[in-house]
Ligand binder design. Structure first.
Ligand SMILES: [Zn+2]
Length: 281
C-alpha cells in the first residue's frame, strides 16, 4: 500500500508542474480558441436546415399537407419546366413566410400521426431526377436552408441530363435533400400487370436502399397513374407514402398511397403561388 502511495506522489509532481506552466502560458486564451474551433466544426458538419427548432403538436382531425411538384428547373418550353429565377423566387417566398419544409419522414408524421410543426409547413418534391436539380435547385435549397425530395428513376442513373449517383450522394450528405423512388423505368403503372408493378416498386427501392444506404419510404407514381392494385403493391414493397399527380392538398382521407400534389406551372404570381399552397387550387 505504502508503495502505491509513493508512486502516485511521484506522478503527481510532474503533473502539477505541467499545470503550472499551462496556467502561466495563458490557458484562458488557449481555451477560448479551442471552444471556437469546436463551434465551427459543429456548424460545418451538422446541416443547419431551419433557424429555430420545431415543436410538434398533435391536432384533432386530418391535417392538409401541400406537396409541391416540380420537375425540370430550366427555361420553360412546356408547363413541366420552371426557370431557375422563378424557382429561386418561390423558395425565397417560402422562407420569408417562415415555412418549414418537411422531410419524407416528417411528411409521414403529418399525414399518418396527425402531428404538425408549430409553423406553416410544406413538402417540396421534384420528379424525374434531372441534372439541373443539382445545378439549379440544390444551391437555392441550401441557400435558404430548406429541404426538398427528389423522386429518382433508378434506371436513369447514367442517362444524359439526369443526376449521377455522385451528385445524389452529395445532396443527401448535405441534409437538405432526400432521394425517393420514381420506379425503375418510369412506365405508367396503371397499364402494367401486378408482377411488373411489383418489380418497378420493389427493385427501385432495393437499388435506392443499397446505393444510398437508406430506407426509401416514398413511391412517386410515373405520370401519377395507378390502378386498383397499385396501393397494396406499394405497401407490400415497404413504402410508407405514395404520391400522385392528382391536384389538391394531401390528406389521409385520400389514402396514404394516393396523395394529391400541387403542380407548379411557370409564371405564378406571389398571390397565385400562395393561393395554390393554401387551397390546392
Ligand atoms: Zn415522372
Amino acid at each position: 500500500m505504502g508503495n502505491n502511495m509513493k508512486i502516485s506522489k511521484n506522478k503527481l509532481a510532474p503533473l502539477l508542474m505541467v499545470l503550472f506552466i499551462f496556467i502561466l502560458s495563458g490557458c484562458s486564451n488557449t481555451h477560448s480558441k479551442k471552444v471556437s474551433t469546436q463551434t465551427n466544426s459543429i456548424h460545418k458538419h451538422v446541416p443547419q436546415r431551419n433557424p429555430s427548432p420545431i415543436k410538434w403538436k398533435h391536432i384533432k382531425g386530418n391535417p392538409n399537407l401541400p406537396i409541391l411538384m416540380y420537375h425540370s428547373i430550366s427555361p420553360s418550353t412546356n408547363t413541366l419546366r420552371i426557370p431557375s429565377d422563378q424557382f429561386n423566387q418561390q423558395m425565397k417566398w417560402l422562407k420569408e413566410k417562415n415555412y418549414y419544409t418537411l422531410t419524407p419522414r416528417e411528411a409521414a408524421r403529418v399525414i399518418m400521426k396527425h402531428e404538425v410543426p408549430n409553423r406553416p409547413f410544406i413538402w417540396i418534391t421534384l420528379d424525374d431526377g434531372y441534372e439541373n436539380n443539382y445545378r439549379k435547385a440544390f444551391p437555392v435549397i441550401q441557400k435558404y436552408k430548406l429541404h426538398a425530395t427528389i423522386n429518382f428513376i433508378t434506371s436513369f442513373a447514367k442517362r444524359k441530363n439526369h443526376l449521377t449517383i455522385g451528385q445524389a450522394k452529395k445532396m443527401i450528405a448535405s441534409g437538405n435533400i432526400n432521394i425517393e423512388s420514381h420506379t425503375v423505368t418510369h412506365q405508367d403503372l396503371d397499364i402494367l400487370g401486378g408482377e411488373q408493378q411489383t418489380n418497378e416498386m420493389v427493385q427501385s427501392k432495393k437499388w435506392l436502399d443499397k446505393t444510398f444506404n437508406q430506407d426509401t419510404s416514398v413511391i412517386c407514381y410515373p405520370a401519377g397513374r395507378i390502378n386498383d392494385e397499385t396501393a397494396s403493391i406499394a405497401k407490400r414493397a415497404g413504402y410508407t407514402l405514395g404520391i400522385t399527380t392528382q391536384p389538391g392538398l394531401a390528406n389521409i382521407n385520400q389514402g396514404q398511397f394516393n396523395l394529391k400534389r400541387i403542380r407548379i406551372v411557370p409564371k405564378l404570381s406571389h398571390s397565385a403561388f400562395f393561393k395554390l399552397i393554401q387551397t390546392g387550387k
